[in-house]
Design a protein around this ligand. Structure first.
Ligand code: MN
Length: 233
């Protein structure tokens, strides 16, 4: 039996459609996982989901309601989605507590940080003083856009085997204060957090970029999904 990977979906409340970019699904399938899709907002089912799933993938999407880290909405906050926030935060908390492998991508990494008690820049450009690097790329999504510098001996370093790689970037928010128990394991050259992990956990990794969009062009992205699926076996 392949390891079951539960993937959170987006919910478009205007059109009432549940959606998931196929890249996430494809990535899990390609590296030997059996993807199941979570529609979101089914918070009463989180316990059962975590009994079923061998791993959890929290995907990208819109902004997180800043009330979850005790702030009022900043003027540059983007759309927020109450159908996703609480469900994904509880899912991340329980997966971390129970040692279930979890990969958070973009918004998913921010969800992990908030779930562990961290905070976010609601808008990098207006709140981060050293905003010298563009984090919203104007290039195809697979394009390697900015460098990240990786901590030696971290989970990410052990996966990619390099101190510096180049990643894509599609975010205007980022982790600010890091939740207790998490560590910053990679930053962009401007200092923005690009990867977090929980060291005493089998596999709890949050990435601010989108490796699922670089699978055809970058070996590191393949290595990341390989390592994630491996950790669920
Ligand atoms: Mn970035």
């Amino acid at each position: 039996m392949k390891p079951i990977i539960a993937i959170t979906c987006d919910y478009e409340y205007t059109s009432e459609n549940i959606k998931l970019h196929q890249d996430y699904y494809r990535a899990i399938s390609q590296f030997g996982g059996l993807p199941i899709l979570l529609p979101g907002n089914n918070i009463v089912d989180v316990e059962d989901i975590l009994k079923l799933a061998d791993g959890v993938l929290i995907t990208g999407g819109a902004d997180i309601d800043p009330s979850f880290y005790g702030e009022s909405p900043h003027i540059e906050l983007g759309n927020i989605n109450p159908y996703r926030d609480e469900f994904e935060i509880v899912l991340a908390q329980l997966a971390v507590d129970r040692g279930i492998p979890i990969l958070g991508i973009c918004r998913g990494a921010q969800v992990m940080n908030v779930a562990m008690g961290g905070t976010l820049y609601q808008d990098i450009n207006s709140q981060f003083e050293r905003n010298t690097i563009a984090h919203r790329q104007k290039a195809p999504s697979w394009h390697e856009f900015h460098d990240i510098i990786i901590e030696e001996d971290s989970l990410l370093f052990n996966i990619v085997g390099e101190r510096s790689i180049r990643v894509n970037s599609f975010h205007h928010q980022a982790a600010r204060e890091i939740g207790p128990g998490l560590e910053i394991i990679a930053r962009a050259p401007d200092g923005i957090v690009e990867a977090i992990a929980k060291p005493d956990h089998p596999f709890a990794l949050g990435l601010q970029w989108h490796p699922e969009k670089m699978l055809d062009s970058q070996m590191h992205s393949q290595d990341i999904f390989n390592a994630f699926i491996d950790s669920t076996k």
